[in-house]
Each structure stands twice: as structure tokens, then as C-alpha cells.
Ligand binder design. Structure first.
Ligand SMILES: Cc1ncc(COP(=O)(O)O)c(C=O)c1O
Length: 452
């Protein structure tokens, strides 16, 4: 008998059940209006409750809701639980650290765990002589990278990409090409130093001509930039943007262009890194060596921690005699988060999760292509490792299928600028039987919504 973490779904109450609904009622009157507005919008066309479930417990690939339903989580909690929810080694490290030292004095008097983690992250970098800045969220790592580039190059301009997602704090938001609506309300308070270039989609047509056209488009945006460009910020595969892979060779050409024009090449591996795509860093698979790389999500095994890792010569821009600590925060380098990150990196290493993600991801991709690749609702199934996207005919299909899957006990998320992609990012530790169960459930869900 399998244990919690490796179990198929068990839905005893149609979700959301009464207990979840009661919690959501409380949120609807206490949380800022996003939830209530979203709720009204979803209910409008169907008249049904499309309220979310409320999580009560999670272990491995399983989530239990407040009504006792059991799900299989194919989101890993936005990618954070890559080693599985509540991995025993991570939980043990957190407990030990919490009993010993709960908080230290950041960059004034750091904790032992922070020192150990920085040493580990520097070794993990895809280049030699790395230096690290820790943060809490992915957007902290992005902002640290952007500040580093501004200091190191003295050029304030940033080139980023349509569809790219780098977080929503102001510095990161300015670079987000994900949805114009995320930026437009705050446009007056965002810097005007960013130019967005088209992000090319991998196609089956000639690789070289695709890459050449894409690089020409980047060059023409670069030439039109209002301010001199000091950093090019890119995801090796756009995650929230809809699991979009660029053509082979595009990242290498982008790297070359950065070197030619003396801008820093900043790779956002917050989603793609630390095993998700089948290797520690996706950019290494693409044969590129960034100047700065950002990690987050999976790093803390479920606790908030991120890192911006840079080449020593670039990071030297922060130095100088008498220099103040210009980039710091109360909780950066938090001892418990650092302990969780050290344990998580050990798990990824010892359980060979990069290799597992590659193998199981290939299996999932081919199962999906076989089972639903020819469905009239499906446009494309794509991805690398355990970052997989299923592009549907339209948003209505994607949202309806995510809902049907929830009812069958599988948690997924819509992604993509048009919300027409279902993103599949399971824990890298997920049992193969759960993947097979999901493929069957998806098949049924596609059938159920075919008439939409
Ligand atoms: C590629 C990428 N970068 C940055 C971020 C922002 O991370 P956070 O939400 O932790 O600030 C995300 C979040 O989804 C992401 O996918």
C-alpha cells in the first residue's frame, strides 16, 4: 500500500466542499478584492461555484483540502515543491534550525547556514568564481541582477521579452512582457528603461532561419531603445508565459550579441533551474554562459528564498572601499530558509532529480502526445523535463479542463498570455503511476469539454 505523497486522488466531496466554501466566504470579505472579482467573473457564464479549494495538508505529490479530498498536485505549488511537498529531509532541517537559531542579523552578523548556502550556491553556478546575493522571492533575485548590471555597465537600459515573466515588484514588473494589464495600471510609476523584444517560438521549420529572424528582431528593438542597454534579461523557456521554447541556437546567438554589444546576459532560471528541465541549469543545455543567473521557487523546498548568482568580475561593481550595503533587507539570508535550501539542494543531488526529471518528463511528454496530441482541442504539447505545456484551442477550453481536472483530483494551472495553455510542473519526485492516472484523467476531461 503506497503512502501519502504517492497516492492517486480520492475525491469524496465535490470540490469545493462545504468547509472550503466557508473559508472562501471569509476570504471574500477580508482579502483584497482580487479573489471576489475573479469569483464573480468565473461564476457568471456557468452559474456554478468555481471557488478554489483550500489546502489543509500536503506531502510528496499529494494535497489534502479542508474537506478531506485528496489531490495529485501537478503544479508543485507554482514550482516551489520540486522535491515534493514537505520532503522529510527539508522538514527535518527546518525543525533543527528553528530550534537553534530562528533569525540572525543578515549582512551585519550572518548565520552559519547563510555562509554554508553561499558556498554551495557559488559551487553550483554555471561559471567559475561566482558570487551570490540572496533574496526571498524570485523578483528579489531579478532586482538584484538588474541593479548589478546597472552598477557594472553604467548603462540603465534593459532588453527583455514579450511574454516574459519575472515577478511583480516594481523593478521586476517593468521588465515583464507577460501581460500588458499587469503593467498598465502602474505604468506611471514604472521606469521607462525597458524595451521588449519578440520572444521566438520553436517551430519545425528551418532552425537557422528562425533564429536569424529572431535575432534581427532583437537587434532592431535594441537599436530603438531609449536608453543604452546594459542588460538582456531572458527566460530559457518561458514558464508562466505558456511554456514557450525558443528555437535551438537562439540563446547562444543572444549571448553572442550581448558580448558584441557589451551588455550583461542575465538568465532567469527561477522556473527552469534546479532540476525542473532535466539539468541544474537549462542555459547549460543550451551551451550558454550567462553573466548573471537567477534562481528561486524550488530552492527553498517550500520556504521563500532566491539567489542572484553573478560572475565575480561583474559582482565586483558592488565593492569599493567605504561602500554601504546598498542592497539588503531584514530577512535576506534567513537562517531557516538557508537550512531548507541546503537540504533541498542535497535532495536534488542525492535523489538524482535532474536525471529523474529528464526521464520522467520524456515519458510524460510522449504519453501526452500519444493520448491527446490529435484531440481537436489541443494545438500543441511541448516542454522540457518536467516543465510541460498543453496549448488548447482557446482560453475557455483551458479553463474548463483545469476545472474538470480539479474535480477529478488533479491540480493544474492555466498559463500563457491568453490563458490557453495548461502548465504541468509536477514534483520531480512524483510516482510514475500518478502521471499515468493524470494522462487518463486529461483524456476524459478533453472528451467532456469537446463540445465547448
Ligand atoms: C521565470 C520567473 N521569474 C520570476 C518569477 C517571480 O518569482 P516570485 O513570484 O517568487 O517573485 C517567476 C514566478 O512565477 C517566474 O516564473
Amino acid at each position: 500500500m503506497a503512502e501519502l505523497g504517492r497516492l492517486l486522488p480520492d475525491i469524496t466531496v465535490s470540490p469545493p466542499g462545504a468547509v472550503c466554501e466557508r473559508y472562501i466566504e471569509i476570504l471574500a470579505s477580508t482579502e483584497c478584492l482580487t479573489l471576489t472579482a475573479r469569483r464573480a467573473r468565473r461564476r457568471e457564464p456557468s452559474g456554478l461555484s468555481h471557488d478554489p479549494i483550500v489546502w489543509s495538508a500536503a506531502r510528496g505529490a499529494n494535497v489534502i483540502d479542508a474537506d478531506g479530498n485528496r489531490y495529485v498536485d501537478l503544479t508543485s505549488g507554482f514550482g516551489a515543491a520540486a522535491v515534493g511537498h514537505g520532503h522529510p529531509k527539508v522538514v527535518e532541517a527546518i525543525k533543527l534550525q528553528a530550534g537553534k537559531l530562528l533569525h540572525a542579523l543578515g549582512d551585519v552578523h550572518p548565520s552559519e547556514t547563510k555562509v554554508q548556502l553561499l558556498e554551495r550556491m557559488a559551487q553550483l553556478a554555471p561559471f567559475e568564481h561566482a558570487r551570490v546575493i540572496l533574496g526571498l522571492n524570485g523578483s528579489d533575485a531579478i532586482e538584484a541582477a538588474l541593479k548589478t548590471a546597472a552598477l557594472a555597465t553604467r548603462r540603465p537600459g534593459v532588453l527583455a521579452f514579450d511574454g516574459g515573466y519575472h515577478g511583480l515588484s516594481y523593478g521586476a514588473l517593468a521588465t515583464c512582457g507577460y501581460k500588458e494589464s499587469f503593467r498598465s495600471c502602474f505604468a506611471q510609476q514604472l521606469g521607462r528603461h525597458v524595451v521588449l523584444a519578440p520572444y521566438p517560438h520553436r517551430t519545425t521549420s528551418d532552425r537557422n532561419s528562425c533564429t536569424n529572424r529572431a535575432i534581427q528582431a532583437v537587434e532592431s528593438c535594441w537599436d530603438r531603445a531609449r536608453l543604452p542597454i546594459g542588460a538582456v534579461l531572458v527566460e530559457p523557456i518561458q514558464g508562466r508565459g505558456g511554456v514557450v521554447q525558443p528555437p535551438e541556437g537562439f540563446l547562444a546567438e543572444l549571448d553572442r550579441l550581448c558580448k558584441e554589444r557589451e551588455a550583461l546576459f542575465v538568465v532567469d532560471e527561477i522556473y527552469t533551474g534546479l532540476g525542473r528541465c532535466g539539468s541544474w541549469w537549462r542555459c547549460e543545455d543550451e551551451g550558454v554562459e550567462p553573466d548573471l543567473i537567477c534562481a528561486g521557487k524550488a530552492l527553498g523546498g517550500g520556504l521563500p528564498i532566491s539567489a542572484c548568482i553573478g560572475k565575480a568580475e561583474v559582482m565586483a561593481a558592488w565593492g569599493g572601499p567605504g561602500q554601504e550595503a546598498l542592497h539588503t533587507a531584514t530577512f535576506f539570508g534567513h537562517p531557516v530558509c538557508c537550512a531548507a535550501a541546503l537540504a533541498t539542494l542535497d535532495v536534488i543531488d542525492k535523489e538524482k532529480l535532474c536525471q529523474r526529471a529528464e526521464k520522467l518528463g520524456d515519458k510524460l511528454l510522449s504519453l501526452l502526445r500519444e493520448s491527446c496530441g490529435s484531440s481537436p482541442s489541443v494545438v500543441e504539447v511541448r516542454g522540457a523535463g518536467m516543465l510541460i505545456g498543453i496549448e488548447l484551442k482557446n482560453q475557455a477550453h483551458a479553463v474548463a479542463i483545469v476545472r474538470r481536472l480539479l474535480e477529478k483530483g488533479y491540480l493544474t494551472l492555466p498559463a500563457g498570455v491568453n490563458n490557453d495553455v495548461i502548465s504541468i510542473t509536477p514534483p520531480l519526485t512524483i510516482a510514475p503511476e500518478l502521471i499515468e492516472g493524470f494522462v487518463e484523467a486529461l483524456d476524459e476531461a478533453l472528451f467532456d469539454v469537446a463540445s465547448l
